[in-house]
Design a protein around this ligand. Structure first.
Ligand code: DSN
Length: 429
């Protein structure tokens, strides 16, 4: 088994060392296609594992409830400065432990319990925190949900796109206090301008949840919602390629309320080791090479989508303009569910996640869809040719799913491909 470079620090704990080595092996010998994952840089991982994990620092720079925060204050200030510069925002809060926390903090900061929020429905591409019945958000606020346009098989006029007529009609009918733009399973570019227009028409706040596309925005591959939205929240570990966590940027007028909602509203002590790692990631994302990277993510997704379509998969929304492709499996094989596809692909060394598609007749646990993304393997150096190859590997494994030999052969081919694209090759001496 390949050694993990961090083994040396924990070799006295054999059980954890063994588990980390196994995960190292899994991540570097199989394909990582989960659209919300990426390979963080060694610098990001080093900061995440740094001495800052020892420090309690409830509060904000210059206003802490504990002593000894002179250095931590500088770390957090650096992260905030880098983030406001990266996105051109007035104010940044880098403390949210996750994207879900960040979203709830936004609602808590700017709304009263019971207020109406207009957001995208989970099965149409929205996030759990956009008012899913399973999320606490739906118990506190009154969510009204918009969706996507009906399916269309006309390549000139694709369907399953955000239905702005529906957004506007619902906004006029329900007069929400807030409109949420942003999605978790939507392969098209989300333009903030029409959302702002509708929000202005009904006097609503605009919250852009850019969890998935924050990196594409930072790299300039997608439009920046900051000039349009009152508040923008995101995760730092998806296309942005930082440590696992969340962040919020907002207009100055909302800054105090946002800060109060994150701490003490939602959280206690911030994770300053993660905040240092966020600072590292924001600096990495500000480099010209990051724009090259995010453009490549999108180009790879387009090539992947084309190759998957030629294997017989139906592309939800007719294609992709971001880092993900959402597949409707029913035309490839009417019997194949997302759950089975995910399990077969796992056996073949291809990591994906099942996902509901718009108007999915199957439950969220079974699904008719599969979501794949290109951010991680683009970090590993893969280009359009490799993604075309991956589409063919996926189709082979799924067609031959009842034959263990076929699945094993795909797994071997995946390992061969991954051997040339180890994201940490230069990190392992
Ligand atoms: N919704 C998860 C995802 O996109 O994978 C993250 O919250």
């Amino acid at each position: 088994m390949a050694p993990s470079p961090i083994d040396q620090w924990i070799r006295h704990d054999e059980e954890v060392t063994t588990l980390l080595s196994r995960e190292w092996e899994r991540q570097t010998t199989t394909l990582q296609l989960i659209a919300s994952e990426n390979f963080a840089s060694p610098a990001v991982m080093a900061a995440t594992g740094s001495i800052l994990t020892n420090k309690y620092s409830e509060g904000y720079p210059g206003r802490r409830y504990y002593g000894g925060n002179q250095v931590v204050d500088e770390v957090e200030d650096l992260a905030r400065r880098r983030l406001t510069a990266l996105l051109g925002a007035d104010h940044a809060n880098v403390q949210p432990h996750s994207g879900a926390n960040a979203n709830v903090a936004v609602y808590q900061a700017l709304l009263e319990a019971g207020d109406t929020i207009l957001a995208m429905r989970l099965d149409q591409g929205g996030h759990l925190t956009h008012g899913s019945p399973a999320s606490m958000t739906s118990k506190v606020w009154n969510f009204v949900s918009y969706g996507v346009t009906p399916r269309s098989d006309d390549p000139e006029h694709p369907g399953e796109l955000i239905d702005f007529d529906n957004v506007r009609a619902l906004a006029l009918e329900h007069r929400p206090r807030m409109i949420v733009a942003g999605a978790t399973a939507y392969a098209r570019r989300i333009d903030p301008a029409p959302f702002r227009e509708i929000a202005d028409e009904v006097g609503a706040l605009l919250f852009f949840d850019s969890a998935h596309v924050a990196g594409l925005i930072a790299g300039g591959s997608h439009p920046n919602p900051v000039p349009y939205a009152d508040v923008v929240a995101f995760t730092t570990h998806k296309t942005l390629r930082g440590p696992r966590g969340g962040a919020i940027v907002c207009r100055e007028e909302h800054a105090k309320k946002i800060d109060m909602a994150v701490f003490p509203g939602q959280q206690g002590g911030p994770l300053e080791h993660s905040i240092a790692a966020k600072a590292v990631a924001f600096k990495e994302a500000a480099q010209p090479s990051f724009s090259v990277y995010t453009d490549q993510i999108v180009a790879n997704a387009k090539a992947f989508a084309t190759a998957l379509a030629s294997e017989g998969f139906r592309l939800v929304s007719g294609g992709t303009e971001n880092h993900m492709v959402l597949l409707d499996l029913r035309e490839f094989d009417a019997e194949l569910t997302g759950k089975v596809a995910q399990e077969v692909l796992d056996r073949a060394g291809i990591t994906t996640n099942r996902n509901q598609i718009p108007d999915d007749p199957r439950s969220p646990f079974v699904t008719s869809g599969l979501r794949v993304g290109t951010a991680a393997e683009t970090t590993a150096g893969m280009r359009e040719g490799e993604f075309a190859q991956i589409a063919s590997l996926m189709a082979r494994a799924l067609r031959g799913r009842d034959d263990e030999k076929t699945v094993a052969q795909v797994r071997a081919d995946v390992a061969t491909l991954c051997a040339s694209f180890n994201p940490y090759a230069s990190f392992v001496s």
